[in-house]
Structures are given as C-alpha cells and as structure tokens.
Ligand binder design. Structure first.
Ligand SMILES: Nc1ncnc2c1ncn2[C@@H]1O[C@H](COP(=O)(O)OP(=O)(O)O)[C@@H](O)[C@H]1O
Ligand SMILES: O=C(O)C1=C[C@@H](OP(=O)(O)O)[C@@H](O)[C@H](O)C1
Ligand SMILES: [Mg+2]
Length: 212
C-alpha cells in the first residue's frame, strides 16, 4: 500500500463526495479518524421550466405553505458574484454565468427540505440535471407561448439578458431550442391559465405519496 496525501480545499460549509453531501462542521478528527456526517439532501422540491413559467413566484408560495426554506439560484448567484445577472452576462458571457449556476445549484442542493427555483437554462447541462434528480423531486412548470411573452414583457420585467432586443422572437427561438429540455423532470404543471396559488396546489398534489 502506498502513502497517500489527501488535500481537501474547504471554501464552503459542506463538502460533496460523489452524490453525498457532508457537513464540514461535523468533520471531526477523533483518535486520528476522520468522521463525516452525511446531510440528508435528498428531499427537496426543485422547480425547472422556461423563463416566465413562474418558478420564482411559485417557490415562495410553496415555502410559505410547507415551512421549507426557499432558494432561487439566480438570487444566490447574484449574492455570491456581487453582481446582477445582466452584468455577469455582459462582462463575462453566458458560459461564465453557467459555471456560477452549476456551483450554486450544487451548494443550494446540499441541504434538505428546500424549495429551489432554478433559472430556465439550469437544465441545459447534464451534470445539473443529474444533481437535481439526485437531490429531490423535480417539477417542470410549462406555459403556452402567449402567456410566456405576456409575463416576460410586463412592466417589471427586462432582467433576462437572453431576451434582450425582440423578446417575442427570442422566446420563440429559445422555446424551439429547448422544447425537450425539461422532459427529464419527475412531474409537469401547466401554468397557462392558472394563478400561482393554483400552480402551487397542483404541484403539491403531484408529489409522491407520503413524501412530505
Ligand atoms: N401563474 C401565473 N399567472 C400569471 N402571471 C404569473 C404566473 N406566475 C408568475 N407570473 C408572473 O410572471 C412573471 C415571471 O414570473 P417568475 O416567477 O419570475 O418566473 P420565472 O422565475 O419562471 O422566470 C412575474 O411578473 C410573475 O408575477
Ligand atoms: O433561461 C435562461 O437561460 C435564463 C433564465 C433566467 O432565470 P428565469 O428562468 O427565472 O427567468 C436566468 O437564469 C438567466 O437570465 C438565464
Ligand atoms: Mg426566476
């Protein structure tokens, strides 16, 4: 047997090994043994879907309803980067944003009992899809094109760099490009003619029996 030196760079309060999350605070060296406490990070509700399907809105409602913490990966990215999403896209480009997204998704899902709203493009990387399926129940919100356009062009909107310019044309092109991107989810809820509260209710009804 050779002698191995294992170096772990700790820059966060958890550490992932394979698909399991360990709490760094509970890494104790007792009698020279390394102990890692596994965090139960397999029970989360993860919301995916195209921009404007209502992921961020519905995650807040579910959080109030279940008393689970709600996290929005876009907000977490902005906090961690200290910049807005349009600023990240403008200065570093989409790939840099996707790298932030992968890191934040991994961190956010290293806990349990969370409602996690993702950004519409978080499903594009295979590794992200795997992480989501390993860490909870993935629900895809959908909506027809007219509803999406109405929502993403409303007064308070304008924060999505991928829709800059002709938002209607961009929604059409991206919807086509991503038409199968959300198929991996465990369940789907159509939000077109539903209020966010109705969407939240349907989503809860579709959870596996005895899961919450
Ligand atoms: N079911 C719904 N019906 C009508 N408007 C909605 C619905 N869900 C969300 N919205 C509105 O659409 C816009 C986008 O919602 P948001 O939650 O930010 O979507 P996402 O996070 O999926 O991009 C917001 O102005 C929000 O108030
Ligand atoms: O679909 C996408 O690629 C994106 C969706 C946005 O989130 P929402 O889906 O919450 O708008 C945000 O992550 C970013 O602008 C990129
Ligand atoms: Mg959102």
């Amino acid at each position: 047997m050779g002698l191995y030196t294992i170096k772990v760079r700790i820059n966060s309060s958890f550490y992932t090994f394979g698909s399991i999350c360990y709490d760094i605070k509970s890494v104790i060296s007792r009698n020279g043994d390394l102990e890692l406490n596994e965090i139960d990070s397999r029970r989360n509700i993860i919301i995916v879907g195209f921009m404007g399907t209502g992921k961020s809105t519905v995650s807040q409602l579910l959080s109030e309803r279940l008393g689970w913490e709600s996290k929005d990966t876009d907000a977490e990215i902005e906090k961690a980067a200290g910049r807005s999403i349009p600023q990240i896209f403008a200065k570093d480009g989409e790939e840099a944003f996707r790298d932030w997204e992968t890191r934040v998704l991994e961190q956010t899902l290293c806990q349990g009992n969370r409602i996690v709203a993702t950004g519409g493009g978080a499903v594009l990387r295979e590794g992200n899809r795997r992480t989501m399926l390993e860490r909870g129940w993935v629900v895809a919100l959908t909506a027809d094109k007219a509803s999406l356009i109405r929502r993403v062009t409303s007064a308070a909107e304008g924060t999505r760099p991928l829709l800059a310019g002709d938002a209607e044309a961009r929604v059409s092109a991206l919807l086509e490009a991503r038409k199968h991107a959300y198929d991996f989810a465990n369940a789907k809820v159509d939000t077109s003619d539903r209020t966010p509260a109705e969407v939240a209710e349907l989503l809860l009804q579709g959870l596996p029996k005895g899961w919450i």
